[in-house]
Design a protein around this ligand. Sequence first.
Ligand SMILES: [Zn+2]
Length: 384
Amino acid sequence: MRFELATAGRILFGPGTLKELEPIAADLGRRALIVRGRNPDRARHLEAIVRAANINYSLFEVHGEPTIERIEAGVKQAREIEADMVIGFGGGSVIDSAKAIAALATNPGSILEYLEVIGKGKQLALASVPCIAIPTTAGTGAEVTRNAVLASPAHKVKVSLRSPYLLPRLAVVDPMLTCDLSRSVTASTGLDALTQLIEPYVCVRSNPVTDGFCVEGLKRVARSFRSAFEDGHDIPARENMALASLFGGLSLANAGLGGVHGFASPIGGMFDAPHGAICAALLPHVMEINIRALQERARESAVLSRYDTIATLLTGSGKATSEDGIRWVHDLCKDLRIPGLRTYGVSASDVPVVVEQAAKASSMKANPIELTTEELTEVLEQAI
Ligand SMILES: [Zn+2]
């Protein structure tokens, strides 16, 4: 057994923890770049805290998934104000932007030099400006991951900037920040969290530490997902979903993912669709094909019993089998009104190119069993 565990320098979790930020931020620096999403009102409370800490700040907006161009603009702004900290306040895209800007503010040269696939994939040599990550959705776990997913519209792909330096100095996970999320965002981000608890648990690099996070996270998703969707102000349910998201991030960053994320990466680059909704449409089908492929080609694999464990955690029944787990996920997607991928413009004619790209994706390499082109095609056709 060999594993590594790396996470944010410090994690503060709990309803109301945002209020504890003032003295901690004051210790970190004097000039902050605050990266936030589209709605300026949501970050007002954070701005008041930063002002109370006597920190000068400038604001930077990110709409939707960050492009390389947008990140370059953020880096320029951070350097201009000589930012000694970057605070990301928003969903996964905003947090990833803050992490990337914090890293590139200290490392010289163009962002392309450091990107995988479309760039030179050079390692970041210098530590980032301290980054504080404050998620306002419950799904991506980006506050504890060491990559930032960036879009390159010119190449029609999404690529990752990867480095241990991308891990934030501090993550503040305050479930109260998720209470006002719409039902559709609660559904799609929550399904990303669920996927990010299932894939690391069955992937080729699962380890005892991430297993613990996955099991605990899956129990909480099973208990609270529907409640958080029905009543956004159900605090215990929001708390469980925020914890599930954090545990998913801890797991994927230290174990890996699998087929669902292998597909999500090219689909996200080619179509305008929320990451969580893409994962949701694929999840039950990838589970099904993985189980079938394992039964056909790796009957002795311990991963098969892991799928049974997932089923018992999700259904709450000790007798549940992997088929019951797939059914539970199917039913959840139906109840949460998750549409097929055709809603986002994916059609049968896109299948060959998406399959080809997905087969090469880094997440696909962690899938518990290598899937054939025919199997990948079958999954995608079902998810459309
Ligand atoms: Zn994801």
